[in-house]
Design a protein around this ligand. Sequence first.
Ligand code: RIB
Ligand code: CA
Length: 307
Amino acid sequence: MSRPVLLDCDPGTDDAIALWLALAAPEIDLQLVTVAGGNVGLERTLPNARAVLGLAGAALPVMGGADRPLIGVFRSETQVHGMDGLGGVVLPEGPPAAPGLAADAIRERLRTAAPGSVTLVGLGPATNFALALATEPALAGRVAEIVLMTGAVGEGNWTAAAEFNAAMDPEALAILLGCGRPVTLATLDLTAQALVTPERIAALRALKGGACLHACADILAALPPSRRFGHRGAPLHDPCAVAWLVAPDLFTHRAVAASVVCEGPDRGRTRIDRWGRSKIPANARLLETLDAEAFFALLGAGIAGLR
Ligand code: RIB
Ligand code: CA
C-alpha cells in the first residue's frame, strides 16, 4: 500500500540519494517535490532536484520555493556539498521545473486531499512546509504525518547547539512541531548510525544497476569523511527519513516532547525530552536506532532498480 508523499528538499548530496530511494520505493507515491535554498542556494538546489529526478526518468512536478528562511539571512553548507551541491558530480540537466511556488503547490495538494491522508517529508530547512501550513492552518488536518530530517538530541553540526536544517529556519520548524500533526524526527543522533564508508560504497558499486546507482555511488564517494567520526566515513542524513516510510522495522523510536530554540546563541537547538521530565505532552516520535546494514542494503537494492 503506497502512501501519498510531498517531499521538500535542498539538494544536497544526501537529498539526492533520498530522492532516488523515495522514487524506488513502492511504499511511497511521490506526488510533488519542492525545493528550498539550503545546502546551496536555490539557484543550484532547484536544478539539482530536476537533474536527480530526470536521471531516474521521474515524471512528477518539481517546484522551487523559499530561497531564504522566514526570519534572518540565507546561509549555505558548501563545505560538505561543494559549490554545486552534488559534490562535483555532474548530472544531465533535468526537465523544467513546474511553474508556481512551492508553498502554493503544497497547499493546493493538501486542499484536495482526504483528511489525514498526505505525508510530508522535509529534508531541508522547513520553510516551504511552514509557509503552506501557516497560511492555511486548517490544511494540517489533511496531513497524516510529517517526517523530518532535522535537529539533534545532542550536539549540532552547524553550531555546537544546532543541526543545519533546524538552525537555518527554527521558526519554520517550530510551526511544524506546533501544527498538531504527528512529527517523526530523524536527528543527527540517528543519522550518525548510517555512516557511509568505503566498504559500503564498494558494496553499492558491486550491484548491477543503471545511471542512478552509479551517480549515487559517485556522490557518496565525494562526501568528505567526517572528523566527528574519526574520518571513518560520513553520516548519510536524508535517506534515513525516507527509509522510515519504507522499512519502519529497521528503527526503534519513542514518543517525545520536542521544541526548538529561536532566540539567542542556541538558536536552532532542538530540545528533545526523551524521559518526559518536562511533563509536556509528547508531540513527536524520535527515531532512536537504525539497523545500518539493512538500511544500506535497502538503499542499494532500491536504487539499483532505477534506470
Ligand atoms: O544536517 C544535515 C541536514 O542538513 C541534511 O538534510 C543536509 O542535506 C542538510 O540539508
Ligand atoms: Ca537536506
